[in-house]
Design a protein around this ligand. Structure first.
Ligand SMILES: Cc1cc2nc3c(=O)[nH]c(=O)nc-3n(C[C@H](O)[C@H](O)[C@H](O)COP(=O)(O)O)c2cc1C
Length: 218
């Protein structure tokens, strides 16, 4: 791909308000989008995310009342994703999740687990002051947005539209996720939703500040 084709994809991506509900994303294309989420970077490589793909109409309906930014997308998107972020029970430096992750996913030898664990403890306790649960959740949530961006960009690169959605009531959606989706609220909380599909209408022209207003060279 050349640079212009990549920039074209960035222009193509817009917050799509309504999708053509008769068009379904081929599964191999959607799996490609998910793979770009999976390959996203995360702090210490601990992948503090989970993605629920909501395809059942009944479940999509349940989300509507507490997601004011989503109804039209819930009705028309080919694929609808809820981006979950891990809670401190999983992401805190001394959690079982972190220990198991270093051992089983990263396959680090015991000595390195000790060293990296200590480093991660320091990072949370002093470098970034992630000592209260809200701060720790928000820090992990920031990483989940990297996966969000990658999914939207990779979708655009293969001609698929998307819309990121934060128009939701976090507490209420977490309750629904617990009650109707079987999500353990002690382990995960919602960060965002994102809809994928094919546009019914063209986007409005993009408005952005000039590059020299957002960039400083020193
Ligand atoms: C984190 C985030 C949350 C957003 N939430 C919503 C939303 O709830 N509903 C919606 O229609 N658009 C939502 N948007 C889309 C923005 O309004 C849109 O990206 C912005 O106006 C720029 O337009 P563009 O994406 O079409 O270039 C959200 C965007 C981001 C990045």
């Amino acid at each position: 791909m050349n640079k212009q084709e990549i920039l074209d994809a960035f222009q193509f991506r817009h917050a799509c308000k309504e999708f053509d509900s008769s068009k379904i994303i081929p599964i191999e294309d959607f799996e490609f989008i998910l793979e770009t989420a999976q390959l996203s970077p995360s702090s210490f490589g601990f992948e503090p995310w989970h993605f629920i793909i909501v395809q059942e109409k009944k479940l999509r309906e349940l989300l509507k009342e507490n997601a004011w930014g989503a109804p039209k997308k819930l009705d028309t998107a080919s694929h609808f994703v809820i981006g979950l972020t891990m809670k401190p029970t999983l992401t805190k430096w001394n959690s079982d999740y972190i220990q198991n992750f270093m051992k089983n996913v990263q396959q680090l030898p015991d000595e390195m687990i000790k060293g990296k664990g200590k480093f991660y403890e320091e990072f949370q306790k002093s470098d970034y002051d992630l000592t209260d649960d809200r701060k720790l959740f928000d820090w992990a949530s920031k990483q989940c947005y990297i996966a969000l961006a990658n999914m939207m960009t990779s979708a655009a690169l293969i001609g698929i539209d998307s819309c990121p959605i934060e128009g939701l009531q976090q507490k209420e959606i977490d309750e629904i996720l617990k009650k109707d989706f079987g999500v353990d609220n002690n382990k995960y909380g919602v960060s965002y939703m994102v809809a994928f599909g094919y546009r019914v209408a063209g986007p409005k022209p993009k408005t952005r500040r000039n590059l020299n207003e957002i960039v400083t060279w020193k």
